[in-house]
Design a binder for this molecule. Structure first.
Ligand SMILES: Nc1ncnc2c1ncn2[C@@H]1O[C@H](COP(=O)(O)OP(=O)(O)OP(=O)(O)O)[C@@H](O)[C@H]1O
Length: 560
């Protein structure tokens, strides 16, 4: 219930469209029910008039019938247009809202989710919310109002007639599908989970297809995929069985209501308490009112899977961003000295802290190598310096001001990071580079490419900078991709550059040449180099060794 209310809360901003859509839908439905009822009355009254030879005014009912027919047809058209407008606005809004909330979570607070899972939440889960309004909420309210109108009209003739018809309509049209939906809650949840599983598997396996084939594990993954599809079909089948039960009773509701109307109405006519044409009207009114229940069984069944989707969305919306933008950021200080003071960082589930009381001074303009065994905490320092995470304890200061007090954009403009696993987008080489600084001139772009040691490579490409790099840079070698990432980080001219193992994928000569150029370009500014390559150390001022999250040594490079 809490989730349903929260879901409805998402609709608040579109309440005008929602009310308009419901109003149009109600008018179209009442016009349809009224059309059937008045037509029944009119035909019977005309037949009776013909038999008895009494003249009757047929202009007024004929005009009413024509008006209702126009209202019904036009209303249904407008109902579709307005209903979809309301729903699509809601979906677009929710998708944008969720994406905007994901951005500050990335990457640290989304580490545990696979990209296929995130895609499923952004796409399929939000699409499923459509069911709540278009197929459930609006039809349910319209059905209840129509029932009330029908019940009131029949009550004017006879209380029992009204009660009998309402009981059948509500029992078969509303109660039975609602019970079927309760019985289907389990399969509904399973369906959402299975389709998310399948999407995750497809996206993951496709992006990892090469290694899967290479290690001969493809057959196993294909079997897993086939298994996931089979359990999806099974969940759908279970849901469909329960849906069939609710739908069958829903469809029966009109016929049963007609029988009840006749069973109660015929004695009323026989006792002259009701006119024959009025009975025809009541019978057709009862039959046609059942139309409002047609879509409800399926919508009721969709409630549990829609709520499961909503919960998956809320789970993202409720995540706490790993870093908070200060409400009133302090201005960027003049100084660029970095100071880490008792910095401690725990990853969730980590057995020991990744960083444990690290204190370190990095004056502006210095060149510091961070070394240490794999897992020592080097990349964690890089993440903290770019404020992708915040320390649990201790503080990092830039020019004497805590990083947490500065605007995130200022921090990230000042501290450029080439991560250990840089990501290239499925764009051209130039578009990937310009992400670093969209307004860069051609000369600035060329200078960054030169500094990253990419100039020869670009010159050899037939399409030059317009070359597409493929999905995640798949058409580039590991070393080329890394140099693109270096050029991208150099383009905005950061005052502090953190290079996380920039030599990976490069031969030793190229690595040395690239480092040389980067250091030249960064002359007078700070470079922090995370590396396992001893050869690079003589180009640095200090070498800081980390061991299990602590500083094990901090020496001048000449002493190493
Ligand atoms: N996102 C994460 N979630 C949980 N634990 C993490 C995460 N990132 C790193 N760790 C853990 O924190 C510790 C430090 O990791 P970090 O990546 O900083 O080491 P590193 O020195 O850069 O290692 P490498 O040289 O292999 O890149 C490791 O034990 C690692 O398993």
């Amino acid at each position: 219930m809490k989730d349903l209310l929260r879901l409805l809360g998402l609709y608040r901003r579109h309440v005008g469209w929602i009310l308009l859509s419901m109003l149009v839908s109600l008018v179209a439905t009442l016009a349809n029910v009224g059309l059937m009822a008045i037509s029944g009355w009119f035909i019977t009254a005309m037949a009776a008039a013909g038999l008895t030879g009494i003249a009757m005014n047929y202009f007024t009912p004929a005009a009413i019938i024509r008006t209702l027919a126009i209202l019904r047809t036009g209303g249904r058209y407008i109902d579709r247009v307005v209903g979809h407008e309301a729903t699509l606005r809601l979906l677009a809004d929710t998708r944008a809202h969720l994406f905007a909330r994901m951005v500050p979570l990335a990457p640290a607070a989304l580490d545990d989710l696979r990209s296929g899972d995130l895609l499923a939440r952004l796409k399929a889960d939000i699409d499923r919310l459509e069911l709540t309004f278009l197929r459930l909420l609006s039809p349910l309210i319209v059905a209840l109002l129509t029932l009330a109108a029908v019940g009131l009209l029949l009550f004017l003739y006879d209380g029992l007639l009204s009660a009998g018809v309402l009981a059948v309509l509500a029992g078969c049209g509303l109660l039975a599908p609602a019970l079927a939906a309760v019985a289907a809650a389990g399969p509904g949840r399973a369906l959402t989970a299975r389709s998310a599983d399948l999407r995750r598997l497809v996206v993951d396996d496709l992006s990892g297809l090469m290694p899967l084939i290479a290690v001969g594990a493809f057959a196993g993954h294909r079997d897993r995929l086939v298994g996931a599809m089979a359990s999806l079909v099974q969940a759908e089948r279970r849901l469909a069985r329960r849906a069939a039960f609710g739908q069958a009773l829903g469809r029966l509701s009109g016929d049963l209501a007609l029988i009840v109307a006749l069973a109660v109405g015929v004695p009323l006519v026989a006792a002259s308490r009701m006119e024959g044409p009025d009975l025809a009207m009541a019978a057709l009114l009862s039959l046609s009112a059942a139309e409002v229940f047609m879509g409800l069984p399926a919508a009721f069944l969709g409630v549990s899977s829609t709520l499961a989707s909503a919960r998956r969305l809320f789970a993202i919306l409720d995540r706490k961003p790993p870093v908070i933008e200060p409400a009133n950021p302090r201005p960027l200080p003049e100084g660029r000295d970095l100071r880490l003071d008792g910095v401690t960082l725990h990853y969730p589930g980590g057995l020991r802290p990744a960083l444990d009381g690290v204190s370190l001074d990095i004056p502006f303009g210095s060149r510091v190598a961070l070394v240490g065994k794999s897992g020592a905490g080097k990349s964690s320092v890089a993440a903290l310096l770019a404020r992708l995470r915040d320390p649990d304890l201790g503080e990092i200061r830039l020019g004497g001001v805590p990083l947490a007090d500065l605007a995130l954009a200022d921090v990230r403009r000042t501290v450029g990071v080439v991560p250990q696993r840089p990501h290239l987008f499925t764009l051209t080489l130039e578009e990937n580079l310009r992400l670093g600084r969209p307004s860069a001139t051609a000369e600035e772009l060329a200078a960054a490419i030169e500094a990253a040691g990419l100039a020869d490579f670009v010159a050899r490409l037939p399409q030059g900078l317009a070359t597409p790099v493929g999905v995640a840079g798949a058409t580039l070698s590991g070393g080329e991709a890394r140099r693109v990432a270096i050029a991208r980080a150099l383009l905005p001219d950061p005052d502090i550059l953190v290079l996380d193992e920039p030599g990976e994928g490069l031969d030793p000569e190229t690595e040395a040449a690239v480092l040389e150029r980067v250091l030249d370009r960064m002359a007078g500014r700070t470079v922090i180099l995370i590396t396992h390559a001893r050869a690079a150390l003589h180009r640095m001022d200090r070498v800081v060794k980390l061991d299990e999250g602590r500083i094990a040594a901090n020496r001048a490079a000449s002493e190493v």
